[in-house]
Design a protein around this ligand. Structure first.
Ligand SMILES: C[S@@+](CC[C@H](N)C(=O)[O-])C[C@H]1O[C@@H](n2cnc3c(N)ncnc32)[C@H](O)[C@@H]1O
Length: 240
């Protein structure tokens, strides 16, 4: 974690674009750790997430959001000094296409930042809760016709970025700290979220029972070990 923070602590830039920002979770991390920036823009095509992001960042004039499929952003209109993609690559049917489009929105010499959870390596039991929860959600999304891969391995993420035209590339692994103090709230939030997600399948569908059983196993694991964000792959480089 410290190595990642040290890298960000040395970056001074103007405009940042966070692709597939969701509720803007990674923007918080960038705001806290970048040495300096002028603006951060988050783009996402999910209306509810953008609405929540706008609400939670309403007091920051230098953070703004665009509700859009990011493939529709035109590099001729605006290029950024840094582009980030966090925990989203596995939501794209073609992650390499996503990375190439992201790179096109970056100025020459700009920073390309990828931060993505991976499923292998040495994960604690609480980190495994995250991975289990994630893969279960992906199974439901795929059943419902929404693209959502299982999380990638660390090595696969490196491979995905192999042909990107970036220089000074650094690859690191890091983990967000285990939030011991807020486990009760986290557990209660996750329980609500997992039950709500199961409701997206009709009880009469064959898959329902199987997903309900899996859900119960994940909740048992959550009760026993708690939750921590899974280990991350962090890749940073500059556009040639
Ligand atoms: C796991 S969430 C976001 C995670 C967030 N970046 C973070 O670091 O926690 C993945 C997001 O990708 C968004 N997404 C998927 N395809 C997209 C596209 N073509 N354009 C913009 N956003 C997209 C989804 O709407 C979803 O909010």
């Amino acid at each position: 974690m410290n190595k990642v923070i040290n890298i960000l602590n040395n970056i001074e830039i103007d405009d940042v674009l966070d692709i597939a920002t969701g509720r803007g979770q990674f923007i918080q991390f960038l705001m806290k750790n970048l040495k300096n920036y002028n603006t951060i823009t988050g783009v996402d095509n999910h209306s509810k997430s953008i609405q929540m992001a706008r609400e939670s960042f309403s007091e920051y004039e230098d953070v703004n959001f665009i509700e859009k499929n990011f493939f529709e952003l035109d590099p001729k209109n605006h290029k950024y000094d840094a582009v980030s993609v966090s925990n989203s690559l596995h939501h794209f049917a073609n992650p390499e296409k996503c990375l190439n489009k992201a790179l096109s929105l970056l100025k020459q010499n700009g920073y390309f930042i990828i931060s993505e959870m991976h499923r292998n390596g040495e994960q604690s039991e609480s980190q495994k809760t995250h991975i289990m929860f994630h893969h279960w959600s992906a199974e439901i999304d795929n059943h419902n016709g929404v693209t959502h891969y299982r999380t990638f391995t660390h090595e696969k993420l490196i491979k995905l970025t192999r042909n990107l035209d970036i220089i000074n590339k650094k690859v690191l692994k890091f983990s967000y700290p285990y939030d011991k103090k807020n486990q009760k709230e986290i557990k209660s939030y996750l329980k609500k979220a997992i039950n709500k997600k199961l409701e997206s399948i009709d009880k009469n569908e064959n898959i329902f029972k199987k997903m309900e059983e899996k859900k119960n196993r994940i909740l048992d694991h959550l009760d026993e070990y708690g939750f921590a964000s899974s280990e991350m792959t962090f890749i940073i480089g500059r556009k040639r």
